[in-house]
Write a protein that binds this ligand. Structure first.
Ligand SMILES: NC(=O)c1ccc[n+]([C@@H]2O[C@H](COP(=O)([O-])OP(=O)(O)OC[C@H]3O[C@@H](n4cnc5c(N)ncnc54)[C@H](O)[C@@H]3O)[C@@H](O)[C@H]2O)c1
Length: 257
């Protein structure tokens, strides 16, 4: 990995664990200074300490992305402490059947973080925004519940924002992960085992592999590093002419939808 992000300041929401932590580690390996913006302060601090070995000035901040005032305070604090925000990764997301929680975190969290950061990026004529979607945004088999609907909204918002910011040297893209073994997936598998009698394997990881073996043509799950490397590319100037796109890191699942 090249040190393509030396001198860059990156905020990763939901960066304390799972995919967000993988993204934060990839950006730190490329030389960026990280702000881990997460609801879980304890985990955010422990991730920050791990990242400090690669990127000593990196920080953790407690933020609930469902709360606009907390987002505004976080962005103001990052600009005052670090002088700039170059990269914003909107990764925090939850899976729930509660429409209000889903929309306020998965889509309004993204919109509010973008709105708080964009005036600063516009004033510097520089910025990289990467929003984390999901393969479920496209798949009819995911029906029309709050999670796939909120993720479809993230992708549509990404496209519109990319066009709006086309003359500001701000790239806005999305990454759609397939199936990554994180706490999020552990929760989903525990629920599936409870509700679906066709799942015969009650070992959580094996039932996860069983569930996705049919969905992912390449026949393997994705890793937090897979998503991290893609976000690192979209955060770098190697991708300066890519905007409004969604990169599917899903072992080909999109080919089936
Ligand atoms: N794991 C997968 O298979 C998968 C697949 C497709 C998309 N995604 C998406 O990737 C993103 C990360 O998922 P993950 O699997 O790493 O989840 P995870 O549950 O393992 O981690 C999510 C992180 O977000 C934080 N978070 C949750 N709510 C928050 C809030 N309101 N404010 C701030 N932080 C909050 C949590 O504390 C946690 O650190 C999500 O947007 C998810 O929808 C995940």
């Amino acid at each position: 990995m090249t040190k393509s992000l030396i001198g860059k300041i990156a905020i990763v929401t939901g960066g304390a664990e799972g995919i967000g932590k993988g993204i934060a580690l990839s950006l730190a390996k490329s030389g960026a200074t990280l702000v881990i913006a997460d609801l879980n302060e304890e985990k955010a601090i422990s991730t920050k300490l791990e990242i400090n070995k690669l990127s000593p000035k990196s920080a953790a901040m407690k933020v609930d992305v469902a709360k606009k005032t907390e987002i505004e305070e976080c962005v103001t604090r990052v600009i005052s402490e670090f002088g700039q925000v170059d990269i914003l990764v909107n990764n925090a997301g939850i899976y729930t059947d509660d429409w209000e929680a889903s929309l306020s975190i998965n889509i309004m969290g993204v919109v509010n973080f973008c709105e708080s950061t964009i005036p600063h990026m516009q004033s510097r004529e520089y910025g990289k925004i990467i929003n984390i979607g999901s393969m479920s945004a496209h798949a009819a088999r995911n029906l029309g519940g709050p999670y796939p609907t909120s993720k479809a909204a993230v992708l549509r918002y990404t496209k519109g924002l990319a066009y709006e910011l086309r003359n500001n040297n701000i790239n806005v893209n999305a990454v759609c992960p397939g199936a990554v073994w994180t706490s999020f997936q552990k929760g989903l598998q525990a629920q599936s085992i409870e509700n679906d009698e066709t799942i015969i394997d009650t070992n959580l990881y094996d039932s996860f592999l069983q569930k996705y073996s049919d969905v992912i043509p390449m026949g393997r799950p994705q890793t937090t590093d897979d998503i991290g490397h893609t976000v690192e590319f979209l955060s770098s100037d190697s991708s300066k002419n890519i905007t409004g796109q969604c990169i599917h890191v899903d072992g080909g699942a999109i080919l089936r939808d």
